[in-house]
Design a binder for this molecule. Sequence first.
Ligand code: SF4
Length: 371
Amino acid sequence: MRDTMARTSLPLLSARPEADPETAQISPDWVRISLASAYALRFQSGRFTRDFDFGGINLLLSYDNGCLSDCGYCGLARTRPGEYADKSFIRVDWPLVRTDDLVERMAKYESKLTRLCISMVTHGHAYADTCDITARIAARVRTPLSILVAPPTLNRERLETFRKLGVDMIGIGLDAVTEDLFRAIRTDVPAGGLSWEKYWEVVDDARDIFGPWKVNCHTLVGLGERDTDMIDIFVRLRDREIFSYLFCFNPEPDSRMADHEKSTVQRWRRIQLARHLVETEGYGPHDFSFDEDGMLLDVHGEAPQIDAAVESGIPFLTNGCPGENGEPGCTRPYGSYRPSEGFRDYPFPPNAADLVEIRDQLALPRLSTGR
Ligand code: SF4
């Protein structure tokens, strides 16, 4: 199912020289997969720092001339030094595999898989190639499939096509949670289209087409926003029945923000808890207190309720599209931290020792220490 614009670009995208499609290892016949996905599908052997089941498979379109966007924090950014094939994304390597081999492995290990996701990049062929890869997957595998979209390449008709092809959830990498930050950090693609307005247009269209709680926005903590900004966006999305999924800014070497500090663990934990309380308990800005810089100081509300939320461990799990029955689906180990660091988000339920540590890290006045 390809729309009439399938192999062409939207007018707002300029074409860049591309390698010979007959010989180049590029999408749609080749894709990159996260290292964790390569482990899960036995393309590579390796272990996580703790044993846990892992079934979220993330793949990424791959082109010799890369992504046309140039976001200051991203490992794939157009102006980040180095060949595209050698660039990391969210600080981990993404091995290149043949798409048909990947689909074969997905079919083989289907019973262990929880969620599949194609990450687009901003490129003139991204839409057509995403349709092609989606169709190949949908023909062989029943695991729910998301697309993390590149809004500059899309319009409403194209989102409708994704749905018809079998995609059930759409993610939008908003990342920067205020318009000012978005404009300052996410410099535009060469011929336009990477704009705050365009991103929200795609959020709105996706919400209309895919329905409640079938769309999510990725939000990044640590780009320079205040905690009040984060909570405002959580409320705005919750009110539209759109998930907000949290990522922690993790500086990529040689990116424009390589020297920018990541958020403290205390700030990160507090935002994780706030996001959970907004999304699942109906909290709003007035349920939190902030300092004069807009940073979270305390959570109001019933202490036992907050305590129970912390004790459940759920606020600190990796946010991601769910599996078929609502279980954690996309758990992206090491998406927000290095393997050598403590878990910023947990791809499995935190254990009792983790929860004690989390309480210490939160350091909230109204919370018991759990010791
Ligand atoms: S949470 Fe995971 S599966 Fe969902 S859109 Fe984001 S990367 Fe894809």
